[in-house]
Design a protein around this ligand. Sequence first.
Ligand code: PLP
Ligand code: COI
Length: 340
Amino acid sequence: MQEIDWKNIPFGFSETDYNVRCYYRNGSWGKIEVSSSNTINMHMAATSLHYGQEGFEGLKAYTGKDGQVRIFRCEENAKRMQRTAERVLMAPPPVELFHEMVKQVIQLNRRFIPPYGYGATLYIRPLLIGTGAEIGVRPSKEYLLIMFVMPVGPYFKDGFKPVDMMICRDFDRAAPLGTGTVKVGGNYAASLMSLELAKQKGFSSTIYLDAREKKYIDECGPANFFGIKGKKYITPKSESVLPSITNMSLQQLATHLGYEVERRPVPFEELAEFDETAECGTAAVITPIKRIVDPVAGKEFTYGNGEAGPVCTHLYKEYTAIQFGESPDPFGWTEVIDFK
Ligand code: PLP
Ligand code: COI
């Protein structure tokens, strides 16, 4: 086997030994199956392919300072996958099934879990797809829940280094009563064009405004947004953002650390008032933002001196210390994986 260069792994697909699968047929979930194939054999009329009946999740396993492997708030990902499934009429996988599959796929791919000290993790990607053949627009009767893993480094290649973001006014990611609050592939398809435009202009990603009025901050392409004003952690309340488990946890952590948390609509103009801004998510962890440019409105906002600000740094250290088992977990967020 090729040695993995733990220091330089990208956030990208790589092959591991096994994935786990579970089929929903005739109204119930079957047994968990282990596979070493990277492909799925599916009917060409499957609803996931034609009508976007699919959803996914993303979570990580962390090797701690003590050598133990931990997962973070897996139950929240399971519950969000259920909400996603319900929104697009898929069979929601039971939380216990989701949890068991996460544990098994990690145990089966132990040799791919990055050791402690490189900031790298094992990324777990659960995927739920409608596999039944339908040509009329209607939900499938059959589903596949599959989970695969890969070692990953930071989503943004410089890790905890501030990035430049572009406000997107030309395209929306999600509509107020659409599917923005759940994790379906269609939201990401809708974001590809603006992401490409932002990248062509040298930005790392996009920030979306609310689709109805274009007055408020929604979220970033693959992550939520927050701003810091003095001792306040401020994050958008919106009808079309994905409820991020990272953001939810950071709000709790920030309160615990003595910050004040505000979750409310964040007007675009407030970007001028923040001391620090950042995006947060499983893949992005906390990625500070140093510059936000709105090419259409001809506005630009800058934060700090090109380095991460003190509050983002404080939150990042405390948050990742819990995930990597460097400090106690007062919230009960982590669970040690058993390799017996
Ligand atoms: N927002 C979007 C659109 C995302 O894709 C993600 C990633 O899952 C997030 C926010 C962050 O969510 P979480 O912290 O649960 O990973
Ligand atoms: C995650 O943070 O896990 C995500 O799913 C983001 C992703 C779209 C790369």
